[in-house]
Design a protein around this ligand. Structure first.
Ligand SMILES: [Zn+2]
Ligand SMILES: [Zn+2]
Ligand SMILES: [Zn+2]
Length: 236
């Protein structure tokens, strides 16, 4: 046939990301956000140590879709003409196509394989659409695939320590005080650990809000805080 997708590419499509890892069901931060190119499976940060000698690709979330860094993907496949987006100063590309409503269709620039409108020099909206296009027109991906023997996670990738992360917060005084306030087993560090991305500015914000709320005498943790803030903004 000549039409051949490497196993890693098929896997990258088929695997689900940002769902809980079945091997680490009871552990916090168990969302699968890494793809192992050697095992062709999605894994969670707790799985990473057992795949540390494999080629690993970090998957991120952008507008509810899975994206990977262009810099990483380029090592595996030619990504030219695929529209890239910038998040946190890194260029990313979508793995799969994102269906778009055709009602605004005009004379613009559209993806080769779906209805998505694109910025000018780009002709594919996602890796998926490029692969479809290449297979349709060249019947072979070989020209576009690259040999990649090593691929590692970026240094900012956070591998949480296994278990016992109750004490991971460095703000121990705040944690202790909140622990006294909160009922049951929910405490401040749990609320922190539940947030999937510690680098995300919203998280930082929430953290500061928790501290501020504490000072103003309002006791709010996690969702409670959110509701409390909503109420506050409604009153304003
Ligand atoms: Zn692996
Ligand atoms: Zn896992
Ligand atoms: Zn497309």
């Amino acid at each position: 046939m000549g039409i051949q997708k490497p196993a890693w590419l098929d896997g990258l499509y088929a695997q689900k990301f940002f769902v809980g890892c079945c091997y680490h069901e009871t552990v916090k931060k168990n969302e699968k956000n890494v793809y192992c190119l050697d095992c062709c499976i999605s894994i969670c940060p707790h799985c990473v140590p057992s795949h540390r000698f494999h080629r690993l690709l970090q998957v991120r979330r952008y507008v509810y879709h899975d994206v990977v860094r262009l810099e990483d993907l380029q090592k595996l496949i030619d990504c030219s003409n695929v529209q890239a987006y910038t998040i946190n100063s890194a260029k990313v590309v979508f793995i799969k196509k994102r269906p778009q409503n055709r009602q605004f269709k005009g004379s613009g620039n559209y993806c080769t394989s779906c209805d998505r409108s694109l910025q000018d020099p780009f002709i594919h909206c996602s890796l998926g659409c490029k692969v479809d296009f290449v297979l349709k027109h060249y019947k072979d991906l070989a020209l576009f695939l690259r040999t990649c023997n090593t691929l590692t996670l970026s240094p900012d990738f956070l591998i949480p320590p296994d278990m016992g992360d109750e004490n991971e917060t460095s703000h121990s005084t705040i944690s202790d005080e909140l622990q006294n306030w909160s009922s049951g087993s929910e405490n401040f560090s749990t609320a922190m650990a539940d947030n999937s991305d510690h680098n995300n500015p919203q998280y930082q914000n929430r953290h500061h809000q928790i501290v501020r709320k504490k000072r103003s005498g309002c006791i709010c943790v996690g969702d409670q805080l959110q509701r409390c803030l909503m109420r506050t903004s409604l009153q304003e």
